[in-house]
Design a protein around this ligand. Structure first.
Ligand code: GUN
Length: 288
């Protein structure tokens, strides 16, 4: 078997076209969806990420402001900026790029963001809403993975999904989303005794560890669906995921490539969340 690719670029194009259409409809009502991206310090990878986020907004009819601050910014100064953005009616989504410099308590900053503008879905109110099945913003990467499964018409009900990784940004929310769709979910991590015994039982595997070759062909049940969230470099410096793509694609029914898989979906879902925040704000705004 050679797995079918789930193309994150193609799916992103479709979803972004819908975002652009909805953004235009809001603009016609006099509301331009706005995202504020806050970057503190000079982390190289973060600079690339935030540039891509801002450009993607502009390409799809969203207004975006990038606030860049020196690594010496104090926690109090950053909290004051977040508060100002919470109160800015032209801003519907706030994203504080992580990691933050060590002297700033990232969780404190995240909790300062209004849940109504928490388009990253990292606030504990957002995490709690996801856990209890209430409306709220879902973290963009696992949300994008769910859209990829939906795009192939995959029915999760009664299936066994194995998530490798337990981060607050991907692994844990991913497990909650899969559970919400009535999958039986196993979360594996660095202390899991026998990872292969778990993954061999899986109908769906999401690899989100940040380490190459975490999942190899001998660990995959024939016909399983494999989603690769990893973003690593091989010895030649080439971008690769957590999955041994060449090996696993001979066993899986569907697989996401790296690059061109989950990566573009993360930004796409950020646009979707921001647009939704703007639509909700528009619905609550007094009629004029
Ligand atoms: N750093 C790496 N990924 C992300 C993300 O999705 N959101 C934020 N805010 N920071 C990140």
């Amino acid at each position: 078997m050679t797995a079918q690719l789930i193309d994150g670029n193609a799916l992103s194009q479709t979803l972004r076209a819908d975002v652009a259409k909805r953004a235009a409809a809001l603009k016609a009502q006099g509301i331009t969806p706005g995202l504020a991206v806050v970057l503190v310090g000079d982390n190289q990878a973060s600079q690339v990420y935030v540039r891509n986020k801002v450009k993607s907004c502009q390409d799809n009819g969203l207004h975006s402001v990038l606030e860049k601050y020196d690594a010496t910014m104090t926690e109090a100064e950053l909290l004051a900026r977040v508060e100002a953005l919470n109160n800015d009616p032209s801003i519907h989504g706030i994203l504080v790029q992580l990691p933050l410099p060590a002297h700033i308590d990232a969780q404190k900053v995240i909790e300062a963001i209004s849940p109504a503008k928490d388009v990253d879905g990292f606030h504990i109110a957002s995490a709690g809403a996801l856990m209890t099945g209430l409306p709220g913003y879902w973290p963009c990467t696992p949300y994008g993975c769910m859209k990829m499964l939906e795009s192939i018409g995959y029915k999760l009900r009664g299936k066994h999904a194995v998530v490798i990784g337990r981060s607050n940004i991907v692994g844990k929310p991913m497990a909650m989303m899969l559970l919400q769709e009535s999958a039986t979910v196993t979360i594996c991590h660095s202390a899991t005794a026998d990872l292969k015994a778990m993954t061999l039982q899986a109908d769906v595997i999401v690899a989100a560890v940040g380490k190459r070759n975490v999942l190899t062909a001998d660990m995959v049940k024939p016909g399983a669906v494999v989603i690769d969230v990893g973003m690593n470099r091989d010895e030649q410096g080439k971008l690769c995921g957590d999955v041994d793509f060449e090996g696993v694609k001979a066993v899986a029914s569907h697989i996401t490539p790296v690059p061109g898989g989950v990566g573009p979906m993360t930004i796409t879902m950020l646009l979707v969340n921001t647009l939704q925040a703007a639509e909700l704000a528009a619905a609550q705004a007094p009629a004029h």
